[in-house]
Design a binder for this molecule. Structure first.
Ligand code: MTE
Ligand code: HPA
Ligand code: MOS
Length: 756
């Protein structure tokens, strides 16, 4: 089925927050963020702002009727600062005015005096100072200490990954309309409508049933709107609550970049032990996660880092420890992969470093240690693995031996251009790591004309989930997709939703749609069986026709009308909870994932050894889809995820200075991939696998995993640098910007290349 949004997207008719027609009397909000990263507020002078033209009112924490608290996992984050500020951009006050311009102008008139406190931006420094948002966590399998003593090779090192700006095309925003008797209608660009509803209820002191959150679609979320869409909606609601007027706030790009959190940067130590046969016997890692000034989702992200420490390899002895380090940066948050990519970079760096020291190719180690079915993850779950089939398929169809030969030939005959390649296998667990979040609901109505409307808790953000929801309903009823419509995501229709995240949205909500439709279908069949004096098992609906014992007896719409006339319910609300999954957070063991997604990427890159610039020639993928229910949508996710991963690994460079001020806070200073940075060749092989799995229609989740293929780019580029300067001490610190490539190329330690 074609993506149902393709028509309105290409015509510019799709409705985002900024396209919602405004109600007369709408006011506009703007937030005043702290100009410094840490300190005590001595004085806040709002007088000029309050009396500025067009300003209706300026709000501070004193205007909050409920609790000044928006922390999701732990209660450590205030909506508006009280006596201290913890990061540059932390909201201190909100201006509400008759126009957006007046609101911004008044924000500039606010004066604040702050007594400075020490600023920490480095996670390792924070850990040393004891600044942790939650206690450290450790996962263990086997016994590493004794295992290392039996290893032939033991290699240690450091690996670092920087943050990443979400850069959803639609910035954060919300529009709140006060209705009668205290009911607030909230348009929010959020992945988590229930999170908005719940936190708004706490801040305003209202029961959740007074708050209706409605989402048509997002112009991208990428994790940045899982938790961090919430404050902007509450700001609008706080003003609407007091002023009894509609209030809108749609952030300017530079406000969004300055005030919201990003992917968590990590600095990590690794220690890897191998035996003579290149089997990885033991692995240890310490992850220092930069969580920013509040926990936000960082403790859950940290947990996923621990779940993915071994990427796609079986290692019998593992000890990993992760620290959630509190710094004076905006609270970092979910970003496609949710801590998984950060862990995978570290193990890949460990393998590459080990290969260099041992004198073998990294893929010799990678291939030897791929997870096999039945292998145990460090958290106790047993693998149902497609790691080996993905790897072998890629060697086979992409003619790897020829690729290697061609690269060797190219490098031997070129002095100023060098090529490098890498293998990047991935393994990603599907399910929210917090078991209770793995539940969803759907509401299906059939109208008397035979048309169907489906509502779920899924939020469409470009990933095509709405299309998949309709595919499920069309398949169960066996009716044409033109009969189906998906409704907006609304907390009055579907309650207590988990955010659309963890790549699990289609599985969870799709299963709920399937159950709802199957329940209705059973009722329809029973009605027909009764009418035709047969068993329900003799009745089916095929391609819009009711079939009884092989005979067409009536079309779909006639059946629906008859059911209505006979007072048969044509509606159903269904609930789905993923079976089998569990996790014990004390023992750190269990079976947290419904299944895993596997894949292999081969990346080829060329470096210009004068300029330090580079091109990604090709990324060749074999991806385990189970059985894709929508290959075109899924291909879009693979390509988009890959390019986003390449951006993180190469050009996207977030820079905070020592004062905690963002120096890359605009699109002139922060470079994201564009059409010219996309690999010239992206080949994708759909690996169809027949194993039973808990995915909807056995079509495995696809949202996040492909981002991790981008990690291969770092190592392909690094290999090209090493081909030019074999003694380069270039380490493992992403992103691999052209500046870093250049410094690696001309790193003058022990130079043997006479061209340097
Ligand atoms: N694709 C688009 N176009 N826009 C997005 O915001 N978010 C990603 C991924 N793909 C995103 C996207 C993230 S972070 C996740 S968790 C999944 O989609 C969420 O959707 P799913 O659960 O339906 O895969
Ligand atoms: N992934 C994404 N988002 C989440 C998760 C997860 O595992 N847990 C809580 N929020
Ligand atoms: Mo995605 S990071 O789970 O929103």
């Amino acid at each position: 089925m074609k993506n149902i949004d393709s028509y309105t997207h290409t015509r510019g008719e799709s409705i985002y927050l900024d396209d919602i027609p405004l109600v007369q009397g709408t006011l506009y909000a703007a937030v005043f963020g702290s100009p410094v990263a840490h300190g005590k507020i001595k004085n806040l002078d709002l007088s000029a702002a309050q009396s500025a033209q067009g300003v209706v009112r300026v709000f501070t924490h004193k205007d909050i009727p409920g609790q000044n608290q928006i922390g999701g996992i732990i209660h450590d984050e205030k909506l508006l600062a009280e006596d201290e500020v913890h990061y540059n951009g932390m909201p201190v006050a909100m201006v509400v005015a008759e126009s957006q311009e007046a609101a911004y102008a008044a924000v500039k008139m606010i004066k604040i005096e702050i007594d400075p406190l020490p600023i920490v931006t480095d996670p390792r420094e924070a850990q040393q100072l004891g600044l942790l948002s939650v206690p450290a966590r450790t996962f263990k399998l086997g016994e590493t200490a004794s295992a290392f003593s039996f290893c032939k090779y033991v290699i240690e090192g450091i690996a670092e990954t920087n943050g990443q700006e979400h850069l959803y095309i639609e910035t954060q925003g919300a529009y709140v309309l006060p209705k009668e008797n205290g009911h607030l209608f909230v348009y929010s660009s959020t992945q988590g409508p229930t999170a908005v509803q719940r936190h708004m209820s706490h801040v305003l002191g209202l029961p959740m049933h007074q708050i209706e959150v409605d989402v048509t679609r997002l112009g991208g979320g990428f994790g940045g709107k899982e938790d961090q869409a919430t404050p902007w909606a509450i700001f609008c609601a706080l003003a609407a609550f007091h002023l009894k007027r509609p209030v809108k706030y749609s952030l300017h790009r530079m406000e969004d970049m300055r005030m919201t959190g990003k992917r968590n940067p990590y600095s990590s130590d690794f220690k890897i032990g191998l035996n003579e046969d290149l089997m990885i016997v033991a692995y240890e890692a310490d992850y220092y996660q930069n969580s920013g000034a509040a926990a936000d989702l960082s403790p859950a992200i940290l947990e996923r880092t621990l779940f993915h420490s071994n990427n796609s390899y079986f290692i019998p002895n593992v000890r990993t420890t992760a620290y959630c380090c509190k710094t004076n940066l905006p609270p970092n948050t979910a970003f496609r992969g949710f801590g998984g990519p950060q862990a995978m970079f570290v193990i890949e760096a460990a393998i590459v470093k080990a290969a260099e020291i041992i004198g073998v190719s990294p893929e010799a180690i990678q291939k030897k240690n791929l997870l096999k079915t039945g292998d145990e993850f460090p958290y106790g779950q047993k693998a149902q693995s497609e790691a080996v089939p993905c790897w072998e398929k890629s060697e086979d169809i992409y003619e790897v031996e020829k690729i290697k030969k061609d690269i060797a030939l190219f490098n031997a005959s070129n002095i100023l251009f060098k090529k490098g390649y890498s293998y990047m296998p991935i393994c990603f667990g599907i399910s929210f790591t917090k078991t209770l979040m793995n539940q969803a609901r759907a509401l299906v109505h059939i109208y008397t004309d035979g048309s169907v409307v489906v509502s779920t808790g899924a939020v469409e953000m470009g990933q095509g989930v709405n299309t998949k929801m309709l595919q499920v309903a069309a398949a169960v009823f066996s009716i044409d997709s033109s009969r189906l419509k998906i409704n907006s995501t609304n907390t009055y229709r579907i309650a207590n939703t988990s955010p659309s995240a963890a790549s699990a949205t289609a599985d969870l909500n799709g299963m709920a749609v399937k159950i709802a439709c199957e329940t209705i279908l059973e009722r329809l069949k029973e009605f027909v069986a009764n009418d035709f004096k047969c068993n329900a098992a003799d009745v089916s609906i095929e391609k819009e026709n009711v079939i009884v014992r092989g005979e067409k007896v009536m079309p779909w719409n006639e059946l629906i009308t008859k059911c209505y006339v006979n007072r048969v319910s044509l509606s159903e609300h269904a609930h789905y909870a993923t079976p089998e999954i569990h996790f014990d957070g004390v023992k750190e063991k269990g079976h947290p994932f419904a299944y895993h997604v596997y894949g292999t990427a081969i990346t080829i890159a060329t470096v210009d050894c004068i300029r330090g610039t580079y091109e990604i020639d090709a990324v060749k993928l074999v991806h385990d889809f189970g059985s894709s229910m929508n290959p075109i949508v899924d291909k879009g996710q693979i390509e988009g995820g890959l390019v986003q991963g390449i951006g993180w690994m190469t050009m996207e460079e977030i820079i905070y200075d020592k004062e905690g001020k963002l120096r890359s806070g605009a699109l002139s200073t922060y470079k994201v991939p564009d059409i010219y940075s996309v690999p010239k060749d992206i080949s994708l092989h759909f690996l169809e696998t027949n194993n039973d799995n808990l995915a909807i229609f056995r079509s495995k989740a696809v949202g996040e995993p492909p981002l991790m293929y981008g990690i291969g780019t770092y190592f392909a580029l690094r290999n090209a640098v090493k081909a030019f300067n074999p003694e380069s001490t270039i380490g493992f610190s992403a992103p691999m910007t052209p500046e870093k490539v250049l410094m690696g190329l001309y790193d003058r330690n022990n130079v043997s290349n006479k061209n340097i």
